[in-house]
Design a protein around this ligand. Structure first.
Ligand code: PEP
Length: 244
């Protein structure tokens, strides 16, 4: 496992199902040219699985992660990728329980927990995503929903050194909307201080982060980093964020 304590901030790029070999080659060539990147920031790129191999042993300034891994170790699970395979491809991180998977594939907390546990067993830090819908927010249920997701998704072998939580309000993902800065900091504090399961964990914010709002979000006391989707596949946007 990497020592996360040595990093002040963590930036995760979730490329989702975007890119092509040409895109990846161009993007990584440009990334490789970036100099004087902040040493105290942990930078992680999560490309589609099929392109992970191309990054292996490249780009010293970045770590790599999967966008998902199987709850099983191996066997007849067509299309699945195991934590062990991710480790083979040099991954130190894996996004688990992203809301798109929870919604589109009906992924449940117990599966997220199993997947996260597998990651930890292979020295991969799971980045466990949690967040409320707009309806739940409007009903003032954000804390209740998040606490339940965390309690059921964080496995027994997790601790503050091997696991990261990403707070991603579902209504903020890809919409251009974000909670207020006060709301973001408050929920991060709640996860870190009030939920026993995730006490003192590193907590990332995700949901419509871009270069224009990155600084004010990353500076919040209880925010340890950001998970970035759309803006992370636009090179000039991502570069701006890396130098803020
Ligand atoms: C995400 O997919 O985790 C995400 C935060 O996306 P976006 O930055 O595009 O809202």
């Amino acid at each position: 496992m990497l020592d996360l304590e040595k990093y002040r901030k963590i930036i995760v790029a979730n490329w989702k199902m975007n890119g092509s070999i040409k895109f990846i080659n161009d993007f990584s060539e440009k990334l490789a040219l970036l100099e004087n990147l902040e040493e105290s920031t942990c930078r992680i790129i999560c490309p589609p699985f099929v392109y992970l191999q191309r990054f292996r042993d490249q780009l010293n300034n970045f770590y790599f992660g999967g966008q998902e891994c199987s709850q099983f170790d191996e066997g007849a699970f067509t299309g699945n990728i195991s934590a062990k395979m991710l480790k083979d491809l040099n991954c130190n991180f894996c996004i688990v329980g992203h809301s798109e998977r929870r919604k589109l594939l009906n992924e449940q907390n117990f599966e997220v927990s199993k997947k996260s546990s597998n990651c930890i067993n292979f020295n991969i830090h799971p980045i466990i995503c949690v967040g409320e819908t707009l309806e739940e927010k409007n009903l003032n249920k954000t804390r209740e929903i998040i606490e339940k997701q965390i309690n059921e998704s964080v496995p027994e072998n997790a601790n503050k050194n091997n696991t990261i939580i990403a707070y991603e309000p579902i209504w903020a993902i890809g919409t251009g909307l974000t909670p207020s800065l006060e709301e973001i900091d408050y929920i991060h504090q709640f996860i870190k201080k009030d939920i026993k399961t995730s006490k003192d964990y590193k907590i990332l914010y995700g949901g419509s982060v871009k270069s224009s709002n990155f600084k004010e979000i990353i500076q919040l006391t209880n925010v340890d980093g950001t998970l970035i989707g759309g803006a992370s596949v636009i090179f000039d946007e991502f570069k701006k964020i890396l130098y803020i």
